[in-house]
Design a protein around this ligand. Structure first.
Ligand SMILES: *Cc1c(COP(=O)(O)O)cnc(C)c1O
Length: 645
């Protein structure tokens, strides 16, 4: 075996970079410093300004902000908004394209007010607007998208109230485009518009026949939940013309799904949609916008592939395909180039936030050893197991593995029948894990590993217990097997000597993460560092700014996380300042969402304590302490607190 010490000292931050692939998924926003700390470079305008994430964590510890916590880098959000808009602008110029770009941010991706405000502020110079897909989102969009030149695009199913809100927006001077998702919406819209005496601006959502590829491929195609078929689209145009609204149809919309992993689906959709646009234009519909929806993917695992958590194209390539694709069709059929709208959400927000959580323990299946030495009258099954362990060598380990599995099964039956004792079973367990360890040693460095043995490294790996909830913070890792990059935030110049998967603190066996970026040849485990006593070990879960931030739920009543909002600031010695701390839910908050009143809870406990005090079973002083303690807990954080030894 190679000497462990020299191996460790040969490791440096560049090895960690290779292992965790930071530069492959971070778009330059994160990197590993030479001292082994994880760094952020949030502002594209200031590439030399780097923030040490470990320093943020230390500052949070000093100011008593508990973990798990979200760190939100506002400059990343701004940089992403700028880069999308500038790229569209540049490609449009280069292509000599006659229309303009009017992007909108779909707020369902992250409805946090601070996020929406930042996006609107960064997008002001580009007339970048908002997209809403429900009434509450529309309420927010109306109040926050105050730039009169930018668009507000309204998708989703709509009722009277939704239309009224939309037309209210139009009356206060906003450019509201109401996208029709289903034919019957038109009738309501026409009625309300007549009542209010307002001429709406209408968009028509096409189902398109082409399908996206990836998880959300059913957002398009003939069985899609949204949009109009070709028949309905023509009927819609005729209906609006009959009703005197012929001039109102300005936009053609499509959205073939989120996280489009393969650029071919973008090309296909643009081809089909631009033909629809051209046909409608020739039919006399006064269209002037084409809205390509969302779908611009994030390369979560950095593999640049068509895996569900990746994509095989860059933002620039995506934009080039859109602009040139539309231009080609319009030029061929001699119609004016439309303005282009896009609704990218994931790609705008994913990078700007991360979750920092503390590893609070290690769970090993075989950590405690039991005395397995030979005893008189030992049962033959136990002796058999010991023989397997001893006879195992580099030639027979597969055969021995088969024997092991079968003898183990026999011991379990024998125990049920009362033939083996608990002590025998403890021996069995100990011998079983020893044997697996031995087989695993033989597997290291093998080019070919038989399929049935492939699970052994994962079986032997540790589980790191992390103080967070998958269901609150990384819901898609559970729901759709989304892979998110996970990296320790310091000690990156030290070799990680453990192989682990992560488990959270919920009482749900699904509360775990066991899908990782391909790093050490396995995607089920992640190399991490040995935990040192008395030293905090934090991992960062990255690219959580899209959907994860806002979709999490309160499984086990673990609530929303504390958040710090970070701005880059050159004049500060640490190059940043915490602009805002948003406190996460306390226990009283989460209980109240389930209809519990803090007051009643505390009262019930107090009453019972009072009874015990009056019976002399609890001392009065202790009674008051207990009452205060229970009450105090209601305003405490829902996650585990650090033990104050
Ligand atoms: C969800 C959604 C989006 C956002 O998609 P991303 O893939 O996150 O960019 C855009 N438009 C519509 C209609 C949507 O439903």
């Amino acid at each position: 075996m190679p000497n462990k010490n020299t191996e460790t000292s040969n490791w440096n931050f560049e090895d960690s970079e290779k292992l965790y692939g930071v530069s492959r998924w971070s778009k330059g926003y994160f990197s590993i410093g030479a001292n082994g700390d994880l760094l952020a470079t949030p502002d594209h305008h200031q590439p030399s300004l780097t923030i040490n994430i470990q320093e943020i964590v230390e500052e949070m510890n000093e100011t008593g902000i508990q973990f798990p916590a979200v760190i939100r880098f506002h400059d990343i959000l701004r940089s992403q908004v700028e880069s999308l808009n500038l790229t569209f602008r540049n490609v449009i110029n280069d292509a000599d394209y006659q229309g303009q770009y009017f992007g909108v941010f779909p707020i369902k991706v992250n409805q946090m007010r601070e996020v929406v405000e930042e996006v609107v502020s960064a997008g002001k110079q580009f007339n970048y607007g908002l997209e809403a897909g429900s009434k509450p989102e529309l309420m927010a969009a109306l109040a926050y998208n105050t730039n009169k030149e930018s668009l507000t695009i309204l998708n989703g199913y709509k009722d009277e109230e939704y239309f009224k809100l939309a037309l209210l927006g139009q009356q206060i001077g906003r450019k509201i485009i109401i996208v029709i998702e289903k034919f019957n919406e038109l009738k309501t819209l026409v009625r309300i518009a007549k009542e209010m005496g307002v001429m709406p601006i209408v968009g028509l959502r096409s189902k398109l026949m082409v399908k996206g590829r990836g998880k959300w491929k059913n957002s398009s195609g003939e069985r899609a939940k949204f949009g109009l078929s070709y028949v309905e689209m023509l009927n819609a145009v005729d209906y609006l013309t009959e009703q005197g609204f012929a001039d109102s149809v300005k936009l053609l919309h499509f959205h073939i799904g989120s996280q489009l992993t393969d650029i071919r689906s973008v090309k296909d959709a643009i081809q089909e949609a631009s033909m629809v646009y051209m046909n409608l234009a020739k039919y006399g519909v006064p269209l002037s916008y084409i809205d390509v929806g969302g779908g611009l993917a994030v390369d979560y695992d950095g593999s640049q592939s068509t895996h569900n958590s990746s994509c095989n194209y860059s933002t620039e390539e995506y934009i080039v395909d859109i602009v040139y694709g539309i231009k080609q069709t319009c030029d061929l059929y001699d119609i004016p180039h439309p303005n282009i709208v896009s609704e990218s959400g994931r790609a705008i927000t994913a990078h700007h936030s991360c979750v920092i959580a503390k590893v609070i323990g290690e769970i090993k299946p075989n950590s405690t050893k039991f005395d397995t030495s030979i005893e008189q009258d030992e049962h033959i099954l136990i002796s058999n197991l010991r023989d397997i362990t001893q006879e195992l060598n580099c030639e027979n380990y597969q055969e021995m593995y088969n024997d092991l599995v079968s003898v183990k099964a026999q011991t379990v039956s024998a125990f049920s029948l009362g033939v083996l004792s608990l002590k025998d079973m403890a021996k069995m367990e100990s011998l079983y894990w020893q044997t697996l360890e031995k087989i695993n040693q033989h597997l290291i460095g093998e080019e070919f590993i038989p399929e049935q043995l492939m699970e052994i490294p994962a079986l032997l790996s540790s589980q790191y217990l992390v103080n967070f909830s998958v269901f609150q913070s990384t819901i898609d890792s559970w729901a759709i097997k989304q892979v998110l990059p996970i990296v320790p935030i310091n000690r990156l110049s030290e070799k990680p000597t453990k192989i682990a998967s992560l488990v959270d603190i919920t009482c749900d066996s699904d509360g775990k993460i066991d899908q990782f970026i391909e790093s050490n040849g396995s995607t089920n485990t992640l190399p991490l560092h040995q935990l040192n006593t008395g030293e905090d070990y934090h991992v960062g879960i990255f690219l959580t700014g899209a959907y994860q931030d806002v979709m999490g739920d309160m499984h086990n009543l673990f609530g929303r996380l504390n958040e710090v909002h970070i701005y880059s600031y050159d004049d500060d010695p640490k190059d940043y300042y915490i602009e805002e701390v948003v406190h996460g839910s306390n226990m009283g908050d989460v209980l109240s969402t389930m209809q519990y009143s803090s007051e009643i809870l505390a009262n019930n406990i107090k009453k019972e304590i009072d009874v015990k005090v009056s019976q002399g079973l609890i001392k009065p002083r202790m009674g008051v302490q207990l009452t205060d303690f229970y009450e105090g807990c209601l305003s405490n954080y829902t996650y585990l607190a650090d033990d104050k030894h």
